[in-house]
Design a protein. Sequence first.
Length: 318
Amino acid sequence: MSVKKKNIKSVLRVSTAFVLLAGLTVSLLSCSNPSADNTSNSNQTTLKIAFPGRKDSADLRRKVSAVTTFLSDKLGYPVQGLIGSSGGAVESLKLNQSDVAFLSSKPALKAEEFANARLYLAEVRPKYSGKYTYSSSIVVAKDSPLQPKSTTKETLAQLKGKRAAFTSRNSTSGFIFPIGELIKQGLVSDADRLDNFFSDVFYGGSYSGALISVVRGRSDVAVVSEYALNPPYISEEEKSKLRVLYQIKGVPAHGVAIDDDVPPEKREKIIQALQELNKPENNKLLRDLYNSTELVKIDHDQHLKPVREALEALEKKN
């Protein structure tokens, strides 16, 4: 991290959730094999990777341990896993407490801003409509009178006066992309005046919370990632009561960020080791971790361009 000089105030801002959990997991997830400890490269330090918790990845501690053990074998030196929040992962990069982090797009932008870290790999999932991009889905009840129209604006204009359920204001697919599209279409002036368009705004705190709000009749529409319309987010019975009204494509998939302090040669070896997880004989480790099937190389700027543009739309005051 070479963007900002560390100081005591920045240390105190580290995500409490991340620090507490990381403190519990460092000793448990520090994975090194005996041969790596005896390597001739005696100056090699431990590689630290931050793994944020996700709704669709239960028993993450065990899965992280398996992945870090594999990477340690491939790299020939100790690899340590830290588990916490996405915000904590960004702070860990900023404070040089981690070298690598699995991040979604908005935290990846924060990692670039505060730690000069960049995404080098993106996750591919079977349920992504665009390989390493996915869609933000505007979901309504199956019997809702709202129907797709001939244009985007006509379709989204139907949402005026409706009760909307979002994931959280920090969610890329559950808030940033859909509100950015409403602003782009001239239906909403800015993100702080949603009550001028919707009759009620509810934040479910998760994809599940937003979707269940529609299932139970509290909200007329929910906005989530396309893959959230499946277990473990909702049950098959709940899914049968919902349908997609509209999708906003091009949401950047989660990826792997590497700190700028990591030398290029070492960085490339880390990338190669991570992509070893794509091979059939190793792929179960990757699938188990975050339900992705492949890690593919991407260009940081191009991959994150859509979310930058969506955030810029949200910042405009009309």
